[in-house]
Design a protein around this ligand. Structure first.
Ligand code: SAM
Length: 280
């Protein structure tokens, strides 16, 4: 039974880092004319209204995209991200937040393709409405991890798989890594971006160790935290583990992550990591 609704969290600090990394990877894929394929295993609803009851409940977007929205002199990657989000808002007021499939849709060219998966019965309806009819995009109401196995390697033979589970059940941490290994076996030169939360650090250590002792190569980790790890309930940090990242990504994030940790961190406790988990 799926209970997670991304509308409570859309545009929060975790989405900021996730979507900055997503945009940077897509920009890199766009450098070559050759078509690319993007697979979003956990797409969500696609579009979020920030004045909705859900978003207003904890107003998580305020210490995320909302805190960056009106700032000047943003580091390049943050400025690019804010520009993309602004393009979904007709005025200077932040009302709408695009989820990963809409961000990808905006950066697809005529020759590219997106496969977007969503399992939740309400979210899939919203996703279909958000995507509208677009011959470049296939939306599927199915298990994104299982279905992706059959899509790899993609016809275009270059591209990105974004894996963004909600980690509703603890075994998600293991399941996601098992699928990542299978995906990599079929498409070892593709780029894979796995989002993770930091709720109980021991789970992250297990996940990182599983990756370090696996056949995966060229793996980087980027993490942004608002406060120190704690045993209390709640997410203190989140990150992206990227396999075969664009070679420029770590350097670009060297400016971005300290800035975000300073700007969004709580009580001066913001922190970040940029690490190579497995060398090339
Ligand atoms: C964190 S949200 C996705 C947010 C989205 N990627 C974004 O960045 O805007 C995770 C979504 O995955 C969906 N989901 C959970 N398990 C799934 C599965 N096995 N296959 C496809 N979707 C799944 C949930 O219903 C939820 O909408």
């Amino acid at each position: 039974m799926l209970s997670y609704r991304h509308s409570f969290h859309a545009g929060n600090f975790a989405d900021v880092l996730k979507h900055i990394v997503l945009i940077k990877i897509l920009e890199h894929l766009r450098i070559k004319d050759k078509a690319f394929c993007c697979i979003d295993t956990h797409a969500g609803a696609g579009k979020y209204e920030l004045d909705s009851e859900y978003a207003q409940k904890n107003k998580e977007f305020q210490n995320g995209v909302g805190a960056l929205w009106q700032l000047d002199n943003l580091p390049g990657a943050v400025a690019d991200y804010v520009r993309v989000i602004k393009s979904f808002n007709a005025t200077d007021t932040l009302n709408t937040y695009p989820g990963s499939p809409l961000i990808i849709k905006q950066l697809l060219r005529q020759q590219d393709h997106l496969f977007a998966h969503e399992l939740h019965p309400t979210e899939i309806e919203l996703l279909n409405l958000a995507i509208k009819n677009d011959r470049r995009i296939t939306v599927q109401h199915t298990d994104g991890l299982k279905n992706t196995l059959g899509l790899l390697p993609p016809k275009a033979n270059r591209g990105l798989v974004l894996i963004d589970p909600s980690y509703e059940i603890k075994s998600d941490y293991e399941t996601v890594v098992e699928y990542l290994f299978k995906f990599y076996k079929r498409f070892s030169h593709g780029t894979f971006a796995l989002w993770y939360p930091v709720v109980d650090r021991s789970r992250n250590i297990q996940l990182e160790n599983a990756i370090k002792s696996s056949p995966l190569k060229n793996v980087q980790l980027y993490e942004l935290g608002l406060k120190a790890d704690t045993t209390e309930h709640g997410m203190t940090a989140s990150g992206m583990i990227v396999i075969n990242p664009p070679w420029t990504l770590a350097t670009e994030l060297q400016d971005t992550l300290p800035y975000l940790a300073n700007t969004l961190g709580l009580e001066n406790a913001g922190h970040y990591r940029i690490e190579t988990l497995v060398a090339e």
